[in-house]
Design a protein around this ligand. Structure first.
Ligand SMILES: Nc1ncnc2c1ncn2[C@@H]1O[C@H](COP(=O)(O)OP(=O)(O)O)[C@@H](O)[C@H]1O
Ligand SMILES: N[C@@H](CCC(=O)OP(=O)(O)O)C(=O)O
Length: 389
């Protein structure tokens, strides 16, 4: 995995947009249909896409990991099937045709930089059900480890959440949460949040930094720019996305995508709104594990495993002496010492029946015991919170 640049404290804390980007290690960039697709021709805005690809390549060269959340499949699909109607299934059909065109456009734009695009189609269920969530996270991690740029969109064939209610802003926030990104950049047709919709109110003032998403701030988010033709969300969905990201310890930047190289522009000081997050993504993730999930089972550990966990290691199957409860992969389980005292909690990498088969066994036996090669640990240390920490 690439190593980050020398970093200022954290993009999550209050600063300005340029320093938030300079400090970010893992960045999710959300790009809406109106930026990617020419409303008149319903084709990709190739020059813009080429410039963004070059921006993304620069971020990667600087040592940051980059994930893109890209809309555009419906608009592109409609370009090929102009007679489609406005029903939900027509939109889904458009997305089905347009998604491959969208990926082709991304692959073409990234290729001159030696970068490969990987398609990731998610539904809300995938980001909320922990088993699928762990699977999606592992796939995104594997893509990043191999230097691929994941290009995420909603799986519009099976889900209608975002195309019915808004845009991909919330999907981008959930992706940032899933990937434990520290910065979410929402590229828009406006250079940030104003005290009121700047298209309607000439006195609206730009807000460069939001430390707290108060109800007053949330109320500033109006609907979308109706003149844009493609794109659906508006500022309200961006603020809703920022709220999701913030609770996951990820800061959000709302910035203009209407410049040719919008990410370089942020780095060079272009105006934007930074919504800070108080904790980093790992701290927020651990708080979520410890505070929001009820354990669905228990793993009893031997004394050696307890010592290893306290030294910061992951839990290997070899250190587990007992498995109880009915838990699935990704569920929260309680960890206890040989005397039954709680040691902490963690997210299981295997379901209860599999964990029972792996109990007390070496990691190199997992493939033989289960018939496939899964994780080499029962609970990864990142997915674990110890009581006495
Ligand atoms: N308080 C606000 N500050 C900035 N923009 C606002 C605000 N309230 C509503 N808007 C509108 O939200 C639009 C951006 O949302 P949207 O059209 O969905 O953009 P995109 O397609 O880039 O996601 C702006 O063009 C603006 O008209
Ligand atoms: N999944 C849909 C995204 C829905 C949408 O319109 O999003 P956006 O362009 O961000 O308002 C698509 O690819 O067209």
């Amino acid at each position: 995995m690439s190593q980050a640049v020398a970093l200022p404290p954290s993009p999550s804390r209050g600063a300005d947009a340029a320093s938030a980007l300079a400090a970010a290690r893992r960045v999710v960039v959300k790009i809406g249909s109106s930026l990617l697709i020419d409303a008149a021709t319903r084709r990709p805005t190739r020059d813009w896409l080429a410039a963004v690809a070059s921006d993304l390549a620069a971020l990667k060269t600087e040592g940051r990991e980059v994930i893109v959340v890209s809309s555009g499949s419906i608009a592109l699909g409609r370009g090929r099937l102009p007679n489609l109607g406005a029903r939900l299934e027509d939109k889904q059909a458009a997305a089905s045709v347009g998604q491959s065109l969208l990926m082709a456009a991304w692959s073409e734009a990234l290729a001159p930089h030696g970068l490969i695009a990987g398609q990731v189609l998610l539904t809300r269920d995938d980001t909320e059900r922990r088993r699928r969530w762990l699977n999606a996270r592992a796939t995104i991690q594997a893509l990043l480890t191999h230097g691929v740029i994941p290009i995420v969109n909603e799986n519009d064939t099976v889900a209608t959440e975002e195309i019915r209610y808004g845009d991909n802003d919330r999907l981008a926030a959930r992706t940032a949460q899933l990937a434990r990104a520290d910065l979410l950049i929402l590229l828009s047709d406006v250079d940030g949040l104003y005290t009121a919709d700047p298209r309607r109110d000439p006195n609206a003032a730009h807000l460069p930094l939001i430390e707290t998403l108060s109800t007053d701030i949330l109320a500033m988010g109006g609907g979308a720019n109706a003149d844009a033709g493609v794109g659906t969300g508006g500022m309200a969905t961006k603020l809703a996305a920022a709220q999701i990201a913030r609770s996951a310890g990820c800061a959000t930047l709302i910035a203009s995508g209407q410049l040719l190289s919008p990410l370089s522009a942020i780095r060079d000081g272009a105006r934007a709104t930074l919504i800070a997050a108080p904790d980093g993504p790992m701290a927020a993730y651990k708080q979520w594990i410890a505070g929001s999930l009820s354990p669905a089972g228990t793993l009893t550990l031997d004394a050696g495993a307890v010592t290893a966990l306290k030294a910061g290691k992951s839990l290997l199957p070899a250190g587990v002496t007992g498995v109880s409860g009915d838990f699935e992969k990704g569920d929260c389980v309680r960890l206890t010492d040989p005397d039954g005292r709680s040691v902490g909690v963690g997210l299981a990498a295997y379901a209860a029946d599999e964990a029972a088969r792996l109990r007390g066994r070496r990691s190199d036996e997992i493939e033989t015991l289960l018939g496939y090669r899964g994780a080499s640990v029962l609970i990864h240390r990142d997915d674990m919170v110890l009581d006495d920490r």
